[in-house]
Write a protein that binds this ligand. Structure first.
Ligand code: ZN
Length: 136
């Protein structure tokens, strides 16, 4: 029988990894936020002189885009923490929906290396690929 769950100590390791990623993201968001607010004040001052307007607006827009992407990631990591709590963390989503359809090499578990790299992954690489091709 293949393992259908990661052990407590493995889950602890994943959890630690997720927390450290969340920390990085919060720092990133904070950093972008502080540069964005200083940029916006520059933008407002410059605006009256019709100077550099497009570039500044573009920079602000880019920062907001980055921030929303980072906060999406943060939300997905929070969901991952919830899955650790629920005991479903690391299980391929395709397997959970239909256990016969998952053909991940470590089925039903998502590869450990992948989880450490992409802690918010919900499918194994194999199933993700299949999903992309609409085979699942
Ligand atoms: Zn799978």
């Amino acid at each position: 029988m293949a393992k259908t769950k990661y052990s407590k100590s493995e889950l602890k390791k994943f959890e630690k990894n997720i927390y450290s990623k969340m920390n990085d993201i919060s720092n990133n968001i904070e950093a972008v936020r502080s540069t964005t607010s200083s940029n916006s004040s520059v933008f407002l001052e410059n605006n009256t002189e019709d100077h550099n307007e497009g570039t500044e607006a573009h920079e602000v827009e880019k920062s907001f885009l980055l921030m929303s992407r980072e906060s999406d990631y943060l939300m997905n990591l929070k969901k991952a923490l919830q899955r650790i709590e629920d005991g479903t963390y690391g299980l391929c989503e395709v397997y959970q929906n239909d256990s016969t359809k998952c053909e991940c090499p470590d089925s039903p578990l998502i590869d450990k290396e992948r989880l450490l790299e992409v802690p918010n992954a919900t499918k194994g690489v194999f199933c993700k690929q299949k999903k992309k091709l609409n085979l699942v």
